[in-house]
Design a protein around this ligand. Sequence first.
Ligand SMILES: C[S@@+](CC[C@H](N)C(=O)[O-])C[C@H]1O[C@@H](n2cnc3c(N)ncnc32)[C@H](O)[C@@H]1O
Length: 273
Amino acid sequence: MYQKALSNTGFQTIYIDGFAGSGEVPLTEHKDDLFDEDVRVVLAGSADRALGVEPPFSRYVFIDDRRNCIDALKAKFRGNANAAGASYLIGDANAYIPKICSDEQWRGQRGVVLLDPFGSQVEWATIEAIAATKAIDLWYLFPAGLSVFRQISKDGKVDPTHEPSLTRLFGTEDWKTAFLKPSRQHDLFGGPAGQEKTVTPESAAEFMKGRLKTVFAGGVMEEMIPLGKHAYASYYLLFAWGNPSLKASALAKKLSKAALKATDRKHGRIIGH
Ligand SMILES: C[S@@+](CC[C@H](N)C(=O)[O-])C[C@H]1O[C@@H](n2cnc3c(N)ncnc32)[C@H](O)[C@@H]1O
């Protein structure tokens, strides 16, 4: 939908996959008794899907910090005309993406960034750099359940190594007052009162949505799409766009609606090809 809307507008378009993976997502593995063969069931990964878009993006950038993922992508896309000019970058998305955002010329170019990390790898400074271009649409699989909710224990304790990682994720220490409240109970020995955990995966995602609103000049999708196989959402898919023009907002609304419609809630996955 994005590519159709931007074709014939004269804009070059760039797709940047910050956590590109290997091009496929393993689902299950089982033995086929009839043929005595191992059968792997896989879903097409984000990089593969993006390359299949018609009309294709003008350029593709695939980033992953694991060399074997990038090697797998290169092998998979060899001979794919849409990938002919693609860049394959091995390393930290938090280093590459801000550099691309500041080096590229955005006057005649628009972009889409997908951030699909395993955990709390995305630094707030990366989000700020994306927003500052005012030319990029961001789709962020925010690990609200996995990396925020689960890193804070019931009694409000945060592992000392996780504290700075949460601050890097949100770009502020305000998460402490948003997610914890002073406990009314003193400890058994009459010591100072501790803290209570008030955060839920949903409230963590709401907090990130609020943070995105502070930097994206275009807007942020109000709906958050819960994803994951657990009783709680491991991730919420968030969408923000940097271009403040009316046209960009109208397109963003259409994209938001389409994303909500395409969500297969039963499996917690986006339906694809
Ligand atoms: C959830 S997987 C991505 C799946 C992929 N988007 C797909 O649809 O197939 C996350 C990927 O991020 C990579 N990764 C982890 N930390 C990273 C970082 N700081 N920068 C770039 N890639 C990173 C991992 O190697 C892994 O392949």
